[in-house]
Design a protein around this ligand. Structure first.
Ligand code: MG
Length: 166
């Protein structure tokens, strides 16, 4: 495996771990606000991002690459509102999509077919991730300042578990 591909994958492992940590911070924020449904939704996202990083971790090992783990920044712990959380979450997913696209372009340029094939799953997954977070954001926008609507959404979001997702 070429060193630039290995570097990009290691960077993406860090990105996925960082995304997980950001969702964990969001989950703690919601717990502190007694919005346990949103908290559990964010915790499911946390687990999903960890699973993404592990796919890349295993891929590097399978290709005899070297795993190099880097520092993970402390996540934001305070937010203005549920709306604010989902705005940050959508931006993060959009940034992650860009990062995966860049990795895909690099693998294509280097004619690394195995990496292209492995990354295809991530390309498809990001479509789902952006769609899910966008839909959540739209519902929270619609709820606005209506406390009953927010509590209803909190209950609905709480029905989702990590088992529902990949
Ligand atoms: Mg991810």
């Amino acid at each position: 495996m070429k060193i630039n591909i290995q570097n990009a994958i290691n960077q993406q492992i860090n990105q996925e771990q960082s995304a997980a940590y950001i969702y964990l911070g969001m989950s703690a924020y919601f717990e502190s606000e007694n919005l346990t449904g949103f908290a559990s939704w964010c915790r499911a996202q946390y687990e999903e991002e960890i699973a993404h990083s592990m796919r890349l971790f295993q891929y590097l090992l399978d290709r005899d690459g070297q795993v190099i783990l880097d520092t993970i920044k402390a996540p934001r712990m305070h937010f203005d509102s549920p709306l604010h959380v989902f705005q940050v979450a959508l931006k993060q997913e959009q940034d992650n999509t860009k990062s995966i696209d860049k990795m895909y372009e690099l693998a294509s340029k280097e004619n690394d077919h195995a990496t292209i094939s492995h990354l295809q799953w991530f390309v498809d997954e990001q479509v789902e991730e952006e769609k899910n977070v966008s839909e959540c954001l739209a519902l929270i926008e619609r709820a606005g300042d209506d406390a009953n609507a927010i509590l209803y959404l909190n209950d609905k979001f709480g029905e989702r578990t990590a088992a529902d997702i990949e």
